[in-house]
Design a protein around this ligand. Structure first.
Ligand code: SAH
Length: 384
């Protein structure tokens, strides 16, 4: 029998405003001894009326996460219908793409990335984890992948009382080559960050390669997401990252594609200072750092870090130079990020034009009613 969960008036207001997450403190019924099974798909009701379907977590503070199940199907069939619909929406994006993006696709906790012949999955809610086999079967039917991996090596598994783990679900070789733009990129689905790489920047890397040319510096390059696309369009690229294994993968991918990229293993903060001391200047710079504001408490320090790298980068640009600047901090809003970069521009005394505002690729939709899902914010800037 389908369990029912009642939420408070405050919770109901939040639900009606379109927010997909209702906290445990806004759940009024049932009593703990009649609570739904962990991960169940439950009916949610407010004071008077039925509100809809949700994924139930028995342990997380985020107890209720909305699932827009179709009315005409039973909930389990409805879950798979949402999977199919998400995949359908990616039609035309090629073979390297995010197929399912969690809450914005109505599938809380479920992320599926396709890297050419490989598929990498995160099932980070009890609900998503319990339905993993059915989802994998669906993906195998549709795409016949050579390899499927589970990347649940993420801290939030603790809140859901799921195992912190990564493992092969199908096949035996997690090394895949996947087409991105005109290049063929090698990914290690077991060892790469997150699901093996950062597909949210795919379209932005191609756009940056159109926007920047000449002598270009790629800061926080990781394994070369931006650098490789820049070099493919003829830029002379210097990539800086503190991780030697990441730079090694960048060099392998450059070689595989017949490209030459200079790599510098260094702390970006130090390296920008060193370039300034040498009087080195660039036609273009990319800043795509890790999240400097991983939580709310870190926002002031994170702000200072974003300001510093943007200030130093702006100073290193030749007249007419261009800056591509990113933040992936969900806790830094777009207006706040732009204010920080504006302060940097003022301090650098550069006349700075915004040429384009960008966000995550279209296969990583966010929810209009949950602004925190719009975590990736970027600026294309041009200076005098
Ligand atoms: N731009 C990359 C993603 C960057 S991820 C892409 O398009 O895929 C963040 C990267 O920053 C990681 O590779 C990490 O090694 C690096 N990093 C973090 N702090 C750093 C620092 N202070 N100096 C240099 N690299 C740093």
């Amino acid at each position: 029998m389908t369990a029912e969960v009642q939420i408070t008036r405050k919770g109901e207001k939040r639900w009606r405003a379109g927010h997909p997450w209702i906290f445990r403190s806004d759940v009024v019924a049932p009593e703990p001894d009649q609570a739904p099974a962990p991960g169940a798909l439950v009916r949610v009701r407010g004071g008077r009326s039925k509100l809809g379907w949700a994924a139930w977590s028995s342990t997380s503070l985020m107890a209720v996460r909305r699932v827009p199940l179709p009315d005409d199907l039973d909930p389990e069939a409805g879950w798979l219908a949402l999977v199919d619909a998400a995949i359908e929406r990616r039609t035309g994006r090629g073979t390297t793409t995010r197929l399912i993006n969690g809450d914005p696709d109505g599938l809380p906790g479920l992320v599926v990335d396709r890297y050419g012949p490989g598929i990498s999955i995160q099932a980070l809610s009890q609900t998503a984890f319990q339905r993993l086999d059915a989802v994998v079967a669906r993906l195998v039917d549709r795409f016949a992948p050579q390899v499927v991996v589970l990347r649940n090596d993420v801290k939030v598994t603790r809140h859901e009382e799921l195992a912190y783990e990564k493992r092969l679900l199908l096949g035996d070789d997690p090394q895949v080559e996947a087409p991105i733009g005109r290049l063929s990129i090698a990914f290690d689905l077991m060892e790469g960050q997150k699901t093996g790489g950062f597909l949210d920047q795919t379209d932005n890397r191609l756009a940056a390669a159109r926007f920047l040319s000449g002598d270009v510096l790629d800061c926080f390059s990781y394994d070369g997401g931006f650098s490789l696309q820049l070099a493919a369009r003829g830029a002379q690229v210097t990539a800086v990252d503190v991780s030697e294994p990441a730079l090694e993968r960048l060099r392998c991918n450059a070689e595989r594609n017949g490209l030459a990229i200079r790599t510098v293993g260094a702390n970006v903060f130090d390296q920008l200072r060193a370039f300034e001391a040498e009087g080195r200047q660039f036609d273009g710079i990319v800043l795509d750092p890790p999240a400097f504001c991983p939580n709310r408490k870190a926002v002031p320090a994170g702000r200072r870090a974003y300001k510093e790298i943007n200030l130093r980068a702006l100073k290193l640009l030749k007249p007419g130079g261009r800056l591509v600047s990113w933040t992936c901090s969900a806790h830094m809003t777009r207006p706040d990020f732009e204010a920080v970069v504006a302060e940097a521009a003022a301090d650098a005394r550069r006349w700075t034009r915004v040429v384009e505002r960008r966000s995550a690729a279209p296969d990583h939709p966010s929810l209009l009613t949950a602004p925190e899902t719009d975590y990736l914010k970027g600026l294309h800037l041009q200076v005098d």
